[in-house]
Design a protein around this ligand. Structure first.
Ligand SMILES: [Zn+2]
Length: 333
């Protein structure tokens, strides 16, 4: 299934935005499989040096913003009957898997400080759960609708902005988290520098991105769900991410390659993209509560079946998600 294509020729091979190696060969031409919003096919290149897969040319910001459906985040489906029941079930499931993120945070919270900034906080499920465990949550999201949803659903202090916008006016935090954000940004090195500047000295940056060198990425090639063409501009390998954190002046350890929320889901959605819940909502073609409920149940069954192989690939160090824990150097003296 891997759609490796012949080299496009030396004059068309761009340099890698992660490690800056010259002449990355063409990896694939791929369409917008998840939502079908963006027309045409997109050129993906794989760096021969760090293995990262990136789109080239990068779109301008206005074009990129048109490739996201609204909403691109999760909000609870309210209502009575089956739709309401499924909405509550989905909320319970999302909070259960998001606790995996909170536990990861707790394991790295050795100091006294508990201030937390989540960049790309979406509708706030993670921040809501972190607050329950004693963290002081703050959020940023580029979408005004996501900001409004986080405030309305969970009463969270969330401001609109991106990583470079200084939405919290020079404040620094003990923890900054970026879950599945970096791969959407045209200048990930600058973004990491901005995130690092929002950390207190010795503070922790926790990142999560899809792992383009995982077993599932290698098996599905350009059809791998984790690529999310064309919304992901850069897809990372552990080696590439480490290099980028170094460039941004942050010390890094890659600590895990398994995410309960993402690894089985990306495997299930690669196998059956038509069942993917985010894709179905983003395409906006509801088939009624009964059919949607049946599709949810099918997807959940596939998710359960995907758990053992997702665990297995992570056990051999090739899981579908990279978690990185990086630190800003402590203050001298
Ligand atoms: Zn590279």
């Amino acid at each position: 299934m891997n759609e490796l294509l012949p080299d496009a020729g030396p004059d068309r091979d761009p340099s890698c935005p992660v490690c800056e190696a010259a002449r990355s060969p063409l990896f694939a031409l791929a369409p917008d499989r998840l939502f079908g919003i963006a027309a045409g096919t997109f050129r993906l290149y794989r760096c021969s040096c760090c293995g990262c897969v990136f789109q080239s040319p990068f779109p301008d910001p206005d074009t990129l913003s048109t490739w996201y459906p609204k909403p691109y985040w999760w909000t609870e489906s309210r209502g009575s009957g089956l739709a309401g029941f499924l909405g509550r079930l989905e909320r319970t499931y999302r909070e259960f898997v998001a606790m995996d993120h909170v536990r990861f945070l707790e394991r790295h919270a050795s100091g006294a400080g508990r201030t937390l900034l989540d960049i790309g906080c979406s509708s706030g499920t993670f921040l809501h759960l972190a607050r329950r465990r004693g963290f002081l949550p703050h959020g940023i999201d580029v979408s005004p609708q996501a900001v409004e949803a986080a405030r309305r659903q969970y009463d969270l202090p969330v401001r609109q902005g991106d990583v470079a916008s200084d939405a919290w006016e020079g404040r620094t935090f003990d923890f900054v988290t970026m879950f599945h954000v970096l791969e959407h940004l045209p200048d990930p090195c600058a973004a990491l520098s901005c995130a690092g500047a929002m950390l207190k000295p010795g503070g922790s940056l926790i990142l999560q991105v899809p792992n383009v060198s995982s077993c599932q990425a290698r098996i599905f090639g350009a059809r791998w769900y984790g690529l999310d063409v064309p919304r992901h501009l850069v897809n990372f390998t552990p080696q590439g991410l480490r290099h980028l954190l170094d460039r941004a002046g942050l010390s890094c350890r890659i600590v895990r390659r398994f995410s309960l929320r993402d690894n089985p889901a990306s495997l299930a959605s690669s196998l059956a993209p038509a069942l993917d819940p985010i894709g179905r909502k983003g395409r906006g073609k509801s088939m009624g509560a009964a059919v949607e409920g049946a599709l949810e149940l099918c997807y959940f069954g596939l998710f359960l079946l995907a758990l053992p192989p997702a665990f297995l690939e992570a056990a051999v160090g090739r899981g579908g998600t990279i978690w990185a824990h990086a630190q800003r150097p402590p203050a001298p003296g």
